[in-house]
Design a protein around this ligand. Structure first.
Ligand code: C2E
Ligand code: CA
Ligand code: CA
Length: 277
């Protein structure tokens, strides 16, 4: 799991190097990556299965590392977070996602764009100004920008979080809770925070079929409906999962069943024609 991420860097082929040296090298490489523009945003389609169309995408970062090839966040996001490099990287993500969203809108593709905001980035004092600036600079419709944060972020430094969230809402952007229900937190924050959407985590989707898990997913769906929150299920890989989710009342779907994260050019080509709906 992601918690072991820090021990995964010995894929540098030198067997004599310790984890900390790899860590250091990774950190240096991350500095270069920012300067050399080695990051890329991939986008995973989100499908409205009732209307039968793609309504949004989630931006997911990749690193085209000069020696190691294409790396997923698993290999570098923890180090970026620990070293604060997530701040400049995150700034690039926000600006790039808004720029891309505006480009799609201009071409007639009216997508929502979701971005992941890390804990450090959320707690940094510049976040709201950054997003305001990126929206203004790009001209992207704020209501189409979705900020994904985890429950852990929502729960920590609650007063500051409430303040940041209301300032974000003032900009017109929307806020979604990622991996809802995995954070071991109480539900009371849902009444205090201006949240627009919940994401059903992949873990729950993968275990659909067992009685307990179905009950959990069903509860999340009921909760979202009652609180008037939008709901997206992520990690949907199989038709049976899609059908179960639809039966339970969740029709916004993200997962390999429809598409892996893809390049921006391929988002424009994405079509549901041959998809199992
Ligand atoms: P997440 O936000 O929960 O993103 C969903 C992850 O599940 C993505 O992995 C996505 O590629 C993967 N996924 C989507 N559908 C399926 C499926 O049907 N089956 C399976 N097995 N996996 C699926 P990815 O891109 O490797 O990202 C992993 C995590 O890294 C993300 O989890 C998010 O927490 C973080 N991350 C990704 N991009 C960013 C970013 O731009 N900024 C920040 N701060 N974190 C990011
Ligand atoms: Ca996410
Ligand atoms: Ca997840």
């Amino acid at each position: 799991s992601k918690k072991n991420g820090k021990n995964q860097y010995n894929f540098y082929q030198n067997g004599m190097e310790g984890v900390s040296e790899n860590h250091l090298r990774m950190e240096q490489d991350l500095h270069h990556a920012i300067v050399n523009n080695e990051f890329k945003l991939y986008y995973q389609p989100q499908v409205d299965t009732l209307k039968g169309h793609m309504y949004g995408v989630e931006a997911l970062i990749r690193w085209q590392h000069p020696k190691l090839g294409m790396l997923t966040p698993f290999h570098f996001i923890d180090i970026a977070e620990e070293t604060n490099l997530i701040i400049p990287i995150g700034e690039w993500i926000v600006r790039e996602a808004c720029r891309q969203g505006k480009e799609w809108h201009d071409s007639g593709l009216m997508l929502q764009v979701s971005i992941n905001i890390s804990p450090k980035q959320f707690q940094s004092n510049q976040l709201v100004d950054l997003i305001a600036d990126a929206l203004e600079e790009s001209g992207f419709d704020p209501s189409c920008l979705i900020i994904e944060i985890t429950e852990a972020i929502a729960m920590s430094q609650i007063e500051k979080t409430v303040d940041t969230m209301y300032r974000l809402k003032k900009l017109g952007v929307r806020i979604s809770i990622d991996d809802f229900g995995t954070g071991h937190s109480s539900l009371s924050y849902l009444t205090e925070l201006p949240i627009d959407a919940l994401k059903i985590p992949r873990e729950f989707v993968q275990n659909l079929g067992t009685e307990t898990n179905n009950a959990i997913v069903h509860t999340i769906i009921t909760l979202a409906n009652n609180l008037n929150l939008k709901l997206v299920a992520e990690g949907v890989e199989h038709l049976e999962q899609l059908q179960l989710l639809q039966e339970m009342g969740c029709s916004y779907i993200q997962g390999y069943l429809f598409s892996r994260p893809i390049l921006k050019e391929d988002v424009q080509l994405f079509t549901l024609d041959k998809q199992p709906l």
